[in-house]
Design a protein around this ligand. Structure first.
Ligand SMILES: Nc1nc2c(ncn2[C@@H]2O[C@H](COP(=O)(O)OP(=O)(O)O)[C@@H](O)[C@H]2O)c(=O)[nH]1
Ligand SMILES: [Mg+2]
Length: 277
């Protein structure tokens, strides 16, 4: 192990400048981060290295998603959110996909029935949610033939439903999916599953309404914490410019038909009547 940190850093910096590919740049940057001086006056340097790492990481991800677009397993995101059913073989993934959605996957008592992703649509009170089952997770999953393609489907999802038969399989899933940082719902049983999924997604559904009429159907799915402005934008881009006020029925107001402005934060199941000029 070298004892001259200045030398090691200079060496890493040289590698960085000579690097031809994004991955080489990233590798050199990580080396720079490890060997850079750590004292107070080097804070700017460290921040600069971290910013460069972030920049190149973004480029790698973009490249990966472009490649993903070309693979035979590419799936277009559809609906208000994408949910990925992930688990070991024979854990009931296809059965769940069939129960939740309109999909008709093959279900068999022998392992590895599902070889490619299966897609269905879950209708949650009028909100369309895309549900994808990927083939079973096995040991060293990312080194399997299509492992990376399936992992990138997990990464583009908004929620993972995790299925397994026992603790050993649970451990396998944790080991194989250690760097997945999207919300996970561990499957226990079917009861209230649709509500559990909805609550984990961090979305609200709000109903638009015309003056003097019943609420519209289907509702609109928006991120939790969304304001009336975001609903108006969703309905029509001109609505924001023409906006006068809104009337709201539901949990976010003190009384029904309350008049609110564009900054009003809505809640799940609110009914919103947009008034425009
Ligand atoms: N005992 C039991 N069997 C199940 C359950 N879910 C699915 N199965 C059975 O397990 C087998 C594999 O199911 P499948 O949905 O294809 O699992 P996958 O390999 O994870 O997609 C089939 O024979 C199913 O009938 C369950 O909750 N309990
Ligand atoms: Mg299956």
């Amino acid at each position: 192990m070298a004892t001259n940190p200045g030398y090691e850093y200079a060496n890493a910096l040289k590698k960085y400048h000579e690097a031809k590919t994004v991955n080489e740049k990233l590798k050199a940057l990580h080396e720079m981060l490890q060997t850079a001086p750590k004292h107070k006056s080097a804070e700017n340097l460290l921040a600069d290295i971290k910013a460069k790492i972030a920049k190149y990481k973004k480029m790698v991800e973009k490249e990966a998603s472009q490649k993903r677009g070309k693979t035979k397993f590419s799936i277009k995101k559809e609906g208000s959110a994408t949910i990925c059913i992930v688990g070991t073989t024979n854990s009931g993934k296809s059965t769940l996909l069939k129960d939740l959605t309109n999909a008709k996957p093959e279900i068999a008592p022998y392992p590895f029935t599902t070889k490619k992703p299966e897609v269905g649509t879950l209708d949650y009170n009028g909100i369309k949610l895309q549900v994808i089952e990927i083939p079973p997770i096995v040991k060293n999953f990312r080194d399997t033939k299509n492992g990376l393609a399936f992992l990138s489907i997990i990464r583009m999802s908004d929620l993972v439903i995790l299925m397994f038969n026992n603790d050993k399989e649970k451990k396998l899933l944790e080991d194989e999916l250690y760097d997945i940082d999207i919300p996970i719902l561990t499957y226990t049983n079917q009861s209230n599953l649709n509500d559990k999924i909805w609550n984990k997604l961090g979305l609200i559904k709000v109903y638009t309404k015309q003056p003097g009429k019943e609420k519209d159907y289907p509702p609109v799915a928006l991120k939790k914490g969304s304001i009336v402005r975001e609903l108006a934008e969703h309905v029509h881009k001109d609505f924001v410019k023409k906006f006068k006020f809104a009337r709201v029925w539901g949990k976010s107001v003190k009384f029904n038909s309350q008049r609110v402005g564009m900054d009003h934060i809505m809640q799940d199941n609110d009914i919103v009547e947009l008034h425009i000029k």
